[in-house]
Design a protein around this ligand. Sequence first.
Ligand code: THU
Length: 143
Amino acid sequence: MTQVFDRERLIADAHTAMAQAYAPYSGFHVGAALGFADGTVVTGSNFENASYGLSLCAETVAAAQASQQGHRAGLIAVAVVGGPGGTPGAVVAPCGRCRQILHELAALGGTDPLIIAVGAQETVEMRLSALLPLAFGPANLEQ
Ligand code: THU
């Protein structure tokens, strides 16, 4: 299973996904692109709700989309970009809930994906395990 991915393409796909954000309440548009070892890219954007707390983040939408499409193994990279009105500013890294959801998807294939948090001036890259140490996952339920 190859671990290479096209970093610039993944970032570009996250930008493209951000254009589909439904964020009328926060005005903060986010796009996420999940890169898989077989070259597949699955994207998502945030989908807000009039009951604000029910809003879905871009990474969560992308993870659910990947599962639905049968991509449950080989998650090797995740690019995230966002900003007010869809204009990137500070780097956007997955929120806590999304880190947990991405961990579930990654665990299914035993990978530790590179998280690429994109901003206007800088891009920060960290492994998911660094963003979510001692993660609780499927293995915990097998004891
Ligand atoms: N949001 C994401 O989609 N991903 C993140 O990692 C951080 C936050 C969304 C949720 C909400 O629709 C908006 O950004 C403002 O919090």
